[in-house]
Structures are given as structure tokens and as C-alpha cells.
Design a protein around this ligand. Structure first.
Ligand SMILES: NC(=O)c1ccc[n+]([C@@H]2O[C@H](COP(=O)([O-])OP(=O)(O)OC[C@H]3O[C@@H](n4cnc5c(N)ncnc54)[C@H](O)[C@@H]3O)[C@@H](O)[C@H]2O)c1
Length: 309
């Protein structure tokens, strides 16, 4: 039995991943400090018999105890709100950078076979070309993006000095059931909740900015593929490979929900990148990654989700 620890396991991606991996036959445990988790996700872990340790990833002694016996660690714990990070940069560096150093050090000290780090497209900043491949220069525009990049640097450093084996997954905009409403990462969840409540989606800026949306189940597939690939110590973009305008996204959600009218507009937000789309050819080639859900199919899993988040 392969033992997998997921940090941030009570979060959106972490909890979906925990259930997915359990379904694939892995022995899964989670750790989370519950600072940003939804009660619903915590309950789902418990209902599925997945142990959740309450600890902060910055607490080395506790993390060492929890990592002991694990073959693979997926590091998903982080603060993820771009806008908040611009207001409160230090807490992002403390949480995301120190947290990653602690998790990576525990993996080194206990000889964990592989560390999978959930990084972000935010490391690229405003791209000089789309689609973005992994060799695109990094130029984060927010403390959040910088904290994720510094996390990558730390993991690569531990690999170079101590031989840590890692995979870095640079996730684009992930969506699916179990996502909180706040933060830019949750734009789909926010639009869906507004529309379901009879309100128009609010677009920041002109709506012509683009994003690459990837369903959380496709992310789960990518994470599992990264356990098995012989191409470790690599970075991979994980997205759909499709560039979607925010205005088109809003209209698609309104149409799927049979909501008449037009979206409303608010001023552009600082720190938001203009265009984003992943070149996923490396992940296709070396991870056999192939996104399965179309945007429309994925949106339906959020729109018609019977569970309340
Ligand atoms: N959601 C996206 O679109 C997206 C895109 C790119 C990258 N990512 C990355 O994926 C990972 C998971 O994101 P998510 O969307 O599930 O976010 P989330 O906020 O739903 O989950 C993060 C979890 O980490 C926990 N956490 C935060 N700080 C912690 C700490 N110090 N100790 C222990 N637990 C802590 C929170 O309580 C939360 O449950 C993050 O690392 C994020 O940077 C997410």
C-alpha cells in the first residue's frame, strides 16, 4: 500500500484529491490548520474515513511526525488569494514559503520517495507570449505568485543539495465542487453562486482578459500521474490548454443556468494578469496527462452540484 500525505487536505483541491486517491487505492492522510478550509470539505474527509491531522505546515516537529511512514507527500497547503496577498504580503511569505521549506525538509529527513508541489501559473506573471510553456520566464506580480515561486526554488534547492525527488505542477485556474467563494481562483464558483442567487456575474475589468480553466478532477489525474512518472525533478504546466475570455465564461454560465441578461462590470483589480493559457505539451508527453472534462462539462459539475458549499 502506498501511503500519501496531502498538506492542505481540507482545502478545495486537497479534499477532492484525497477522495480521488483513496478511490484509486492509495492510503491517504491529510494535514491542515483549517485556516481556510470549508466545513463541508472537512466533513467529506471524515465521512470517507480519511484521517485529518490538525497542524500548521510551519510546525516542523508536528509535520515530521505526520510525514513519518509516508511514501509520497503532496504539498497543497497555502494561502491563495492574490488580492489579499497584495495587502498582507508578509503573512503570505511566512505561510507559503516557510511552510514549503518545512514540508520539504521533513521529506528530506525521512527519505520520502517523492514530493509533489502544487505551484501556480501565478509564477509567470503577465506572460510575454501565450500559450505559456515551462521555459517561459517567471515574473510574479503578486506576493502570492512570488511565494509560490520561492517554494519551487526551495524544493529545487533541497533536491540539488539533499537529493529530494520532486514534481512541480504549475496549476492554472482550477475549478470544481468544494471551492470557496473568495479569491480570484474561485471566479467560476463566484459567478455560479451569483447566478444561482438570481444576480448577474460581476466582471472585473473589460472581460477580455483570459484564463485557462482546468477541472479539479483533471488536476487529480495529473497529480496521480506525477506519482508514477520516471520523469521526476521536473516542472509541468497543468491546464486545459484552452484560452477563455472571462466575458465568454460569464455568458456560458448564464446560458447553462438559463439566466437572461448581461454580466455587470467593476474596475480592474491590481495584481491580475491580462492573458493566461497553458502550453501543456510537456505534461502530455511525460505525464501522459490529457484533460478529460470540457469547460461546459466541468461547469455543469459546479452548476448542478446538489451539495451546498
Ligand atoms: N485553486 C486554484 O485555482 C489554484 C491554482 C493554482 C495553484 N493552486 C495551488 O493549489 C493549492 C491548493 O489550493 P486550493 O485552491 O485547494 O486552496 P484552498 O484554500 O481551498 O486550500 C488550501 C488549504 O491549505 C490550508 N492551509 C493554509 N495554510 C496552512 C498552513 N500554514 N498549515 C496547514 N494548512 C494550511 C487551508 O486551511 C486550506 O484548507 C495551493 O498551494 C495553491 O497555491 C491552486
Amino acid at each position: 500500500m502506498v501511503n500519501v500525505l496531502i498538506t492542505g487536505g481540507a482545502g478545495f483541491i486537497g479534499s477532492n484529491l484525497a477522495l480521488f486517491l483513496k478511490g484509486c487505492g492509495y492510503n491517504v492522510i491529510c494535514v491542515d490548520n483549517l485556516s481556510r478550509s470549508l466545513e463541508h470539505n472537512v466533513r467529506r474527509l471524515s465521512l470517507n474515513g480519511i484521517p485529518l491531522h490538525l497542524a500548521d505546515v510551519r510546525d516542523y516537529d508536528k509535520i515530521l511526525d505526520i510525514v513519518r511512514g509516508c511514501n509520497i507527500v503532496v504539498h497543497a497547503a497555502a494561502l491563495i488569494d492574490v488580492e489579499e496577498s497584495l495587502r498582507n504580503s508578509v503573512s503570505y511569505f511566512e505561510n507559503n514559503v516557510v511552510g514549503t521549506a518545512v514540508v520539504a525538509k521533513a521529506c528530506v529527513d525521512l527519505g520520502v520517495e517523492r514530493l509533489v508541489y502544487l505551484s501556480s501559473a501565478a509564477v509567470y506573471g503577465d506572460p510575454i507570449k501565450v500559450p505559456i510553456d515551462e521555459n517561459h520566464p517567471t515574473n510574479p506580480l503578486s506576493p502570492y505568485g512570488l511565494s509560490k515561486l520561492l517554494g519551487e526554488n526551495i524544493i529545487e534547492f533541497y533536491s540539488k543539495i539533499y537529493g529530494l525527488k520532486y514534481i512541480i505542477l504549475r496549476l492554472f485556474n482550477v475549478f470544481g465542487p468544494g471551492q470557496a467563494f473568495t479569491g480570484y481562483a474561485g471566479v467560476i464558483t463566484k459567478f455560479v453562486n451569483l447566478v444561482k442567487g438570481g444576480q448577474r456575474p460581476i466582471i472585473f475589468g473589460d472581460g477580455l482578459q483570459t484564463r485557462d480553466f482546468i477541472h479539479v478532477l483533471d488536476v487529480c489525474n495529473a497529480v496521480e500521474a506525477s506519482f508514477k512518472t520516471k520523469h521526476f525533478n521536473e516542472k509541468f504546466n497543468i491546464g486545459s490548454g484552452n484560452e477563455v475570455k472571462i466575458i465568454d465564461l460569464a455568458k456560458m454560465i448564464m446560458s447553462l443556468a438559463n439566466f437572461a441578461g448581461e454580466p455587470s462590470f467593476a474596475p480592474e483589480r491590481a495584481g491580475d494578469v491580462r492573458f493566461s493559457c497553458a502550453d501543456i505539451s510537456k505534461a502530455k508527453r511525460l505525464l501522459n496527462f490529457c484533460p478529460k472534462l470540457s469547460l461546459e462539462e466541468g461547469l455543469k459539475t459546479v452548476l448542478y452540484c446538489l451539495e451546498k458549499y
